[in-house]
Design a protein around this ligand. Structure first.
Ligand code: NAG
Ligand code: NAG
Ligand code: NAG
Ligand code: NAG
Length: 370
């Protein structure tokens, strides 16, 4: 990859009066310092790890997933590119980040990062239980430490503490700890939502410290989505108008705590920088004002979701099922996961937003320049 491309900076202004939309700067990344990304988390950022797991129910290596992805169904939980793919393009990474579980992800293929994320997993080890076989966050970080990091040092002929500051560590997880754990009464049923959330953040902070101690210093923390607005959540509580408040309240609480963690953890991680991406706000803005953002359907899944009454889970698309004609008009591709069109908005904001309500304390672009 050429790191010395000519500077290419475009400023696009969407000044749609009378709504007075602020100008959005879209930077084509030029001389970034970022060599690659290591990705941890759940289905929102998984790019195919679960394909290689026997007995995982959170597996989407079939049509209609990937209908708009250049390589077809790949294990991404959407119709096209996910947020990681889109950020990779913005960072000018030479290729898609390979999934850790793919046996061919080794040697020179890992020099621009590896994706460890696993759909159905959460921050807590016991969150994956409902989805069958998933890779816990704990194990994801262990995989990074035990397999990828030693190989990376060999490939780049340098010590991890020298190499890792040039990589982003992106963590996108937490939604399943609520929807597939707390609200299913799996464990913690006696814990208040406040205490449960505080426990999640403490556990996540512990995982971030592990990565920091291995040499990571640039972190991107993805907030969790307004899952109370998902077709899956609404199908479970058909009597409630609009979005399911308890689920959204939990997501909102988690995100507020995660944003606070960005400030709270830095003194314990000297030399580190963290960015919180408020994907909750970005998606809610689309749901509240779809038309001005080019969306038409904010409620229904684009694909035919496998029904619980037919042995499905109410979340994933039916294998080979029908899909909506124009995916970019929909917010949700399946019962839970956003379409590529939404991912594009999230990635654009994450990369270049100037608003602290969307990226805190600054954007990924700013982080990549440090
Ligand atoms: C790396 O991948 C190649 C190609 O898939 C394979 O032949 C080789 O055995 C792998 N090496 C290790 C150490 O797993
Ligand atoms: C290791 O990385 C540091 C920091 O990027 C660099 O200054 C140094 O030259 C590298 N050493 C080798 C042997 O590549
Ligand atoms: C839940 O809390 C109540 C009151 O503190 C207690 O009596 C009960 O045994 C607890 N139940 C479980 C399952 O821990
Ligand atoms: C699909 O929807 C988008 C957003 O509403 C619209 O811009 C585009 O023209 C549509 N494409 C087709 C083929 O209808």
């Amino acid at each position: 990859m050429s790191q010395t491309r000519p500077r290419n900076f475009t400023l696009l202004c969407f000044c749609l009066l009378p709504l007075l939309f602020p100008c959005i700067a879209i930077q084509q990344n030029d001389n970034t310092k970022i060599k690659g990304m290591f990705v941890f988390g759940s289905s929102l950022v998984d790019n195919g790890n679960n394909n290689f797991l026997p007995n995982s129910m959170a597996k989407v290596n079939y049509f209609p997933y990937g209908v708009d992805f250049p390589l077809g169904p790949s294990g991404r939980f959407t119709n096209g590119k996910n947020v990681i793919d889109l950020l990779g393009l913005k960072l000018n990474l030479p290729d898609y980040i390979p999934p850790f579980s793919d046996p061919s992800t080794n040697g020179s293929k890992i020099v621009n990062g590896v994706n460890f994320a696993s759909g159905g997993s959460g921050i807590l080890d016991d969150t994956g239980a409902l989805a069958g076989n998933v890779i816990s966050l704990n194990q994801q970080i262990r995989n990074f430490e035990e397999y990828t990091l030693p190989e990376l040092e060999i490939q780049l002929e340098n010590k991890s503490k020298e190499i890792l500051p040039q990589f982003l560590f992106l963590v996108g997880t937490g939604g399943n700890d609520y929807s597939l754990n707390y609200f299913m009464g799996l464990s913690n049923s006696n814990t208040s939502i406040e205490d449960f959330t505080a426990n999640l953040i403490t556990a996540l902070a512990h995982h971030l410290m592990r990565l920091y101690n291995l040499g990571a210093s640039k972190f991107v923390l993805m907030g969790i989505n307004p899952n109370g607005c998902s077709p899956m959540a609404k199908a479970r509580v058909p009597t409630q108008e609009g979005c399911i408040r308890t689920l959204n309240r939990a997501a909102h609480m988690f995100n507020a705590n995660l944003r606070n963690l960005v400030d709270a953890i830095r003194p314990q991680m000297p030399g580190s920088n963290l960015v919180f991406v408020n994907s909750y706000k970005v998606i809610m803005d689309i749901i509240r004002h779809p038309i001005s953002r080019g969306f038409v359907d904010v409620k229904n899944a684009c694909c035919e979701v496998s029904k619980i009454s037919e042995g499905g889970n109410g979340i994933l698309c039916k294998r080979g099922g029908s899909i909506c004609e124009n995916r970019s008009e929909y917010v949700f591709f399946d019962g839970l996961h956003p379409t590529e069109a939404v991912n594009v908005v999230i990635a654009n904001k994450a990369f270049a937003s100037k608003f602290k309500t969307e990226v805190y304390p600054f954007s990924i672009y700013d982080l990549s320049k440090i």
